[in-house]
Design a protein around this ligand. Structure first.
Ligand code: ADP
Ligand code: ZN
Length: 731
């Protein structure tokens, strides 16, 4: 490695800030000079902003007016691989570089001096007067040799009040010191608590370990049925990475899963890793950010944005449940963390492990084509076997209106309860009912700001817009015709299903799992633990339960509406339904007792439903791949969505039409443009939305053409244009 470049005081440097400017700014290096990549505070107008030294200054600005950077910040400089990563990610997603830097600096107080706190350790001499309480403090400190503790920790260990400790400090018997608040995370021990792997698992682990040992880039698709021990296997790759002294990152799709996962990490490595997601306090965020940069965090467990932390030496990224749609960020910077993980790893010679029971078609294709290495775990760990799957043909079930649990499903649940086992009823819809209709005039209650219906949430006692989050109380009278007492729910949500289950099984203990029913990650974690320990007979849940939880007593999964995801024209509808159904079914029979999954459907002959039931994954992926190859859509062609929005619908369409008329840069690369058309949800938060879709050949230089194309237009007023490369949703 070459020595980092250094800019002595006064030398011109180019600084990238997080401010929305389309260029870098020239400054003079501050007192003491700065290294390339250093975080600096620079004056901008009357303000002070944070930036990164990106290279030598251009010098195209009046040198006498060029200001000096105030100072270098007390954080580790950004490494070259990270700078290249941000640049490449910006180019790929057509995002301005300053927005990428903002994503990479989402921790509070980075420009603050290191914050200190007081700690206490054993001092000199003996107290003037010996009391039991004082004695306990001294013993506690002696027990831990030279270690220091915070006031709170020490008081608790010794079982004394703070004033006892303060008294000892006055006499010098206990010493008070200042220590930095952001401290390194506890060391993880790769040899602490490994399980004995099965032969299959060990073979997989050996391949992953070899990858990490190579110290080079490589991506592996770790495919394994739910419960096969994928997590155990990739934790061995993490162990190897720790042994090599490099950092590891595990991305999880859902914060609800982190608590369970942290417990597993602790059991495997003897301590908890650093965490990074929206549920983490600001203080912990800053600590994690800084420690990742200084090497004081060996393992980070987090959500997609953890990819943008300033790792000193990242050696391994695990993307668990890699097919999960939540890896795609759908607002602000539109990026897919799975793809960005591969990019980042390629730039820092790290390994990527994509783990899933039902991989995305993209990853499946990459593995088939040999771009990714393939690993497969085909059987469940121990005595567990994969659940049997069957359809319930709803066309022949005798079910009155406004009921959703068929007699066949009811009998199956009855049987489980009788045996003391658990049943899960799955419906992928939050709230009580998706539609509220007026029985007098037929009006459906909609959101005032979006073209979307309001969803009744009885638990919250409100109507909620799932687009913008707006809520309002359930009206007494119809907002359209004014008739009172005629508003009625139509269709089921998870809360309504719970109500039906309550009347069918009044004596059963019921647990409802839906993301909006839990105020905190802790509350959710407790409920999940209680269920795992047998604290419920019937679990009623949304997508939240489909992911990764382990419920040993669960032997039956009933899917209320298997057809739900098949509607609509989304190119991934089949793939998503297949993944979701297999994931949900995978919750059943994870220990000794065999599991059964029953899918309620009105179209049991539908090819997707048939392949779900047959469990013919390879056949399903092959058929999907063929369809997409023929249609030239991802992963066999490239796509980009253009979303225009604004307060005035005609202005939005004018822009859309202008774009559609001036497509020379796209035609030059052989791309096709569709639209403009109103987006499926044509108004969100009061803004009208119009979409265009661009399709191109796999090898076409799409980004450059798109940049040229949209660059022809200046956006006036409140008009906004967002480019979504590889769009995942088309709402
Ligand atoms: P997956 O990630 O593929 O769904 P997990 O790694 O969560 O599977 O494994 C499923 C369950 O089986 C977990 O409770 C796990 O601890 C257990 N398990 C898997 N492999 C082993 C093993 N070799 N020894 C002991 N327990 C194991
Ligand atoms: Zn709304």
């Amino acid at each position: 490695m070459s020595e980092p470049e250094f800019y002595p005081e006064g030398q011109l440097i180019a600084v990238l800030t997080t401010q929305p400017l389309d260029r870098m700014l020239d400054y003079k290096a501050p007192e003491g000079g700065v290294f390339l990549g250093a975080f600096v505070e620079v004056p901008l107008g009357p303000r002070k902003v944070v930036g990164v030294v990106w290279g030598p200054g251009k010098g195209d600005y009046d040198i006498s007016k060029t200001r000096a950077a105030n100072r270098a910040l007390d954080v580790a400089p950004m490494g070259a691989d990270m700078r290249v990563f941000l640049q490449r990610a910006a180019d790929y997603t057509l995002t301005p570089l300053h927005a990428m830097l903002r994503l990479a600096t989402r921790a509070p107080g980075l420009s603050d001096p290191p914050s200190m706190r007081k700690i206490y350790r054993l001092g000199e001499g003996q107290p003037d007067r010996k009391t039991d309480a004082r004695q306990r403090v001294l013993e506690a400190l002696q027990d831990y040799g030279g270690l220091a503790f915070t006031m709170g920790e020490l008081a608790e260990m010794a079982g004394v009040t703070n004033s006892v400790i303060k008294g000892l400090v006055k006499q010098g018997v206990v010493r008070e010191e200042a220590a930095p608040r952001d401290t390194a995370f506890a060391r993880l021990d790769p040899e602490y608590g490994g399980k004995t792997l099965t032969a299959d698992q060990e073979a997989g682990a050996a391949v992953l370990r070899a990858g990490v040992q190579s110290g080079r880039y490589g991506t592996t698709l770790l495919r394994g049925v739910t419960g096969s021990g994928k997590t155990e296997v990739y934790l061995e790759a993490v162990a190897e990475c720790l042994r090599k002294g490099r950092q590891a990152l595990v991305l999880l799709p859902e914060i609800a899963l982190t608590a369970e996962f942290l417990t597993r990490v602790e059991a495997r490595f003897g301590a908890k890793p650093a965490e990074w997601h929206s549920g983490v306090t600001m203080t912990e965020r800053r600590r994690t950010w800084k420690m990742v940069g200084q090497g004081g965090a060996q393992l980070v467990v987090g959500a997609r944005s953890a990819l943008f932390l300033p790792y000193q030496d990242l050696g391994l990224v695990i993307v668990d449940e890699e097919h999960d749609t939540s890896y795609k960020q759908e607002d602000g910077v539109l990026y897919n963390a799975r793809d960005m993980a591969v990019l980042r790893a390629a730039l820092c010679e790290a390994q990527v492990v994509l783990a899933s029971a039902t991989p995305s078609l993209e990853s499946w294709t990459n593995a088939e084509q040999g771009k990714y290495q393939k690993l497969e775990l085909t059987s469940r760990f121990g005595a567990a076997v994969l659940p049997e799957m069957r359809a319930i043909d709803m066309r022949v079930e005798d079910l009155p209106g406004s009921h959703w649990i068929s007699p066949t499903l009811k009998r199956a649940v009855d049987a489980r309860i009788a045996k003391g086992e658990q049943a899960l009823l799955f419906i992928n819809r939050r709230g009580y009912a998706p539609v509220t209709i007026c029985r007098a005039c037929g009006h459906q209650v909609g959101c005032d700001h979006c073209d979307a219906r309001m969803v009744e949430h009885r638990f919250l006692k409100r109507l909620v817009c799932h687009q913008c989050g707006e809520t309002k109380p359930m009206p007494e009278e119809c907002p359209s015709c004014g008739v009172e007492g005629k508003l009625a729910p139509v269709g089921p949500g998870v809360e309504r299903l719970a109500e039906e289950a309550q009347t069918l099984w009044p004596d059963a203990r019921q647990a409802v799992l839906s993301s909006d029913l839990f105020g905190s990650a802790r509350a959710l974690k407790e409920t999940i633990e209680a269920i795992a320990n047998g604290g419920a007979d019937i679990i009623i849940g949304t997508q939240l339960v489909a992911k990764g939880h382990n419920f040993p007593l669960l032997t039956l999964v009933g899917v209320i509406d298997a057809d739900l995801g098949l509607q609509g024209s989304d190119l991934r509808a089949a793939e998503r339904t297949f993944q979701l159904m297999r994931q949900v079914a995978g919750r059943a029979g994870r220990s000794e007792r065999a599991g059964l999954a029953l899918l309620q459907t009105f179209q049991p002959e539908h090819p997707v439903i048939r392949s779900i039931l047959a469990g013919d994954e390879t056949g399903f992926w092959r058929a999907q791949a063929d369809e997409r190859r023929q249609a030239m859509v991802p992963p066999f062609g490239r796509m980009a969505g253009i979303i225009l929005s604004g307060g005035d619908v005609s202005q939005v369409f004018d822009l859309g039409n202008a774009l559609a008329r001036n497509t020379q840069p796209l035609l030059a690369i052989g791309a096709e443009v569709y639209g403009p058309a109103p987006a499926p949800i044509a108004r969100v938060r009061g803004r009208h939305r119009v979409r265009l879709l661009v399709k191109a050949d796999k090898s076409a230089p799409l980004q450059a053409a798109l940049a040229q194309w949209v660059g022809q237009f200046r956006l006036k007023g409140d008009l906004r244009l967002a480019v979504d490369i590889d769009p995942q949703s088309f709402y």
